[in-house]
Design a protein around this ligand. Structure first.
Ligand code: ATP
Length: 449
């Protein structure tokens, strides 16, 4: 059996088990958009919650925000998006396919040769990635508005509100999770690059002389986050932007890259954005966006911003790829020798505990339901009574459920159950009264083998 982790396997599992569906599938699908099914929405919410806790609860100097997707169009002039948020595109005159010029082999681009069919390519043109729409009752262009292409600007325009309402003092940060939209031309590789996606961004406001120190601090913090999330660290690496890659606003920028099935690709960016954003918003809005440091003789300055910008939906793809394993578990020469297992960290798993009665009869189903009822306040639970127990374990393995509880005849006698661990497949006998504490301890001490 081929045990490599391929995008085909991930896409197939994601659909089969209700993680991710193609948008509007019954109409042939909508490119660049995906729907998150029962397992997917749980996983996505858990990643977002994990990030939120990490950034806000565990950092005293960071507060949250949920800004609107629709913003005043001047925001995007000030940010530079109207002018600069473009991809260089070329079209093939023969096969009509469109490509990002920066993603074509430079030799082919120089010869204007289509990488797919060898036809002639057009000159490179700039294509703005922002979605435009219209707000208000008249559709004459006067109500032009954009769907935000990043969540960051919602943070910048609220920075003074937050200082005033929450008495924040520099250095401090603002965190936000939310949708963003980009008219991406190349949307292959499943949910890696989509037109509608979610970001988890944190903008940290610092004194201009302290930006380098905080930039280093946030690089360390963001690296440590993936370790806590249970990701295999040998699958991650840093990529520093060279001078030709740096965005117009950035002084220094590093990406954290993950080794997806199609190779190392950007997962998250840590950027030193200098005072570019607030300076521009001050200029375009006419409002004074300087910080007044009352503890230092009312020193006034425009703060520098260190940004950590991660894709939530991209992290979900990483979580699936990183967790996936086709594992040989027996040697009988049948299909049952193999299992597909997702080794999610228990905090991320869509279902934490599945309760399975060995048999439906003799009161075992009722007893199992009763145990599930007891655990559901604390854990995300599932109940499954259909089919052979081995099959039911496999079904749970496939969605990454870290703990299965089996209720059998002995349970009726001594109130103990079998607790099965997903990764090791080890089974232990646990008194019903100790289930909650045993599972909580196992979650706390979890380490992927
Ligand atoms: P690229 O150059 O690959 O288009 P970017 O460097 O412009 O992306 P950022 O603007 O820094 O990306 O976005 C921050 C994060 O948001 C990225 O690291 C990624 O995780 C996520 N992201 C950006 N664009 C998309 C997209 N189209 N689909 C899914 N996630 C995205």
């Amino acid at each position: 059996m081929d045990t490599s982790v391929t995008m085909e396997k991930i896409v197939s599992l994601a659909k089969r088990r209700g993680f991710v569906f193609q948008s509007s599938e019954i109409y042939g699908g909508q490119a660049g958009a995906w729907d998150y099914g029962p397992m997917g929405v749980e996983l996505k919410n858990r990643i977002a919650r994990f990030w939120w806790k990490e950034m806000t609860q565990l950092h005293d100097d960071i507060v949250g925000l949920d800004a609107a997707i629709l913003m005043h169009p001047k925001v995007w002039e000030a940010s530079g998006h109207v002018e600069n948020f473009t991809d260089p595109l070329v079209d093939c005159k023969k096969c009509k396919q469109r490509f990002r010029a920066d993603q074509i082999d430079p030799a082919k681009l120089a010869k204007k040769e289509c990488p797919e069919c060898g036809g002639e390519l057009t000159d490179t043109r700039k294509f703005n990635l922002m979605f435009k729409t219209n707000i208000g009752p008249v559709d004459d262009g006067s109500g032009l508005i954009y769907l935000r292409p990043e969540t960051a600007q919602g943070i910048y325009v609220n920075y003074k509100n937050i200082i005033q309402s929450n008495r924040m003092k520099i250095p401090f940060g603002i965190a936000q999770v939310g949708k963003a939209f980009r008219n991406e031309i190349v949307t292959k590789n499943f949910i890696f690059r989509t037109c509608e996606f979610e970001q988890m961004e944190m903008q940290f406001f610092v004194h201009p002389g302290e930006d380098v120190k905080w930039f280093d601090y946030w690089r360390e913090q963001r690296w440590a986050y993936y370790q806590k999330l249970g990701i295999r660290m040998n699958k991650l690496r840093w990529h520093q932007h060279g001078p030709d890659e740096l965005a117009h606003y950035a002084k220094d920028a590093y990406d954290i890259e993950y080794e997806f099935p199609m190779g190392f690709k950007e997962l998250e960016g840590v950027h030193n954005r200098t005072n570019f954003d607030l300076t521009r918003h001050q200029q375009f809005s006419g409002r004074d966006l300087q910080y007044i440091d009352q503890e230092n003789g009312n020193e006034r300055y425009i703060p520098f911003i260190i940004e950590t910008s991660a894709g939530l939906t991209r992290q979900l793809l990483m979580a699936l790829c990183d967790a996936y394993e086709d594992q040989k578990v027996a040697d009988k020469g049948t299909d049952d020798d193999w299992r597909t297992v997702l080794h999610f960290h228990p905090t991320l798993a869509p279902i934490t505990v599945a309760v399975l009665p060995l048999m439906k009869k003799d009161g075992l189903a009722e007893l199992a339901q009763d145990i599930r009822g007891e655990l559901k306040e604390e854990f995300a639970t599932d109940y499954d009574q259909g089919g052979a127990i081995g099959r039911r374990y496999r079904r749970q393995d496939e969605v990454g459920t870290p703990f299965c509880i089996t209720v059998d005849y002995q349970t009726k006698e001594d109130n103990s159950v079998t607790l099965r661990f997903r990764d090791s497949m080890e089974q232990i006998r646990v008194p019903r009264t100790e289930l909650e504490s045993t599972i909580k301890k196992a979650i706390k001490n979890y380490k992927r083998a």
